[in-house]
Design a protein around this ligand. Sequence first.
Ligand SMILES: Nc1ncnc2c1ncn2[C@@H]1O[C@H](COP(=O)(O)OP(=O)(O)O)[C@@H](O)[C@H]1O
Ligand SMILES: [Mg+2]
Length: 291
Amino acid sequence: MTPDLMGEGARRLEHAKSGHSGNTESGGRAAGFSRVAAAAGEVDVTHGRILYLEDVSVSFDGFKAINNLSLDIAPGELRCIIGPNGAGKTTMMDIITGKTRPDAGTVFFGSTIDLLRYKEPEIAQLGIGRKFQKPTVFEQLTVFENLELALKTNKGVKASMFFKLDSAQSDRLAELLHTIHLTDSVNRLAGNLSHGQKQWLEIGMLLMQDPKLLLLDEPVAGMTDEETARTAELFLTLKGKHSLMVVEHDMSFIRTISEIVTVLCDGAVLAQGTLDQVQADERVIEVYLGR
Ligand SMILES: Nc1ncnc2c1ncn2[C@@H]1O[C@H](COP(=O)(O)OP(=O)(O)O)[C@@H](O)[C@H]1O
Ligand SMILES: [Mg+2]
């Protein structure tokens, strides 16, 4: 970034901070300011929500995969989402991350950022990280190189060619390696890691970008019991620092990490509460847990 651009960014940020809402009839400038504020690490959560979906619907060939879905998540919350296959869990994440555009509804990040105005890469830059089901690490690179690369992304070709970790970033990387249990594997090729370790590495790559909200789709599928237990520990340490939305089928894993559990079915919320509450719910037993 040129000094000029940085100066301009700082001016706009000051302006945004000083309380000018920037509202216009079109709302266009307000959207611009939200983006600047968010880029500086500020999502407006004064209303107690980091993510807010209201009456969201999407159809594929006439089939309503998401059907008037409303849901919100508090800052720092670790929300678990369960529900039968085809309930719309992955599609919901596709909508939040801009991969799928809904036919109707509202999707907000904090109280000011209308996510439906943004494209997928912009949403990632706003601070929403997503972990797909399959690990997608660079197998030919070491653990360290994968994490370093995660810091470089979005910096542009020239910037990343001359990119060097500064000491704060090195410290963060070391701390992160510890958090994801990969300190002893830092120089191993990612391709030689176990499935669970690859999953942790990918979570680490997301964390390098310090996301405010992390969406994790079936993160412990295929993990050993020990890896699953360590992942539960990991998520509990992330809670509070980040907001998390975790889709899983593994009920003992959910029991270890959950506060509020949302049950999705047919593209909408069927039940919500503690795991005990939703497990005792007749409708949930009927469609998902079985008798
Ligand atoms: N891109 C798509 N095109 C057509 N149908 C889709 C698409 N994505 C999801 N679906 C359908 O939407 C429904 C919900 O799918 P999904 O969100 O993957 O459910 P879950 O993750 O809860 O198992 C399924 O019936 C699925 O076949
Ligand atoms: Mg899915």
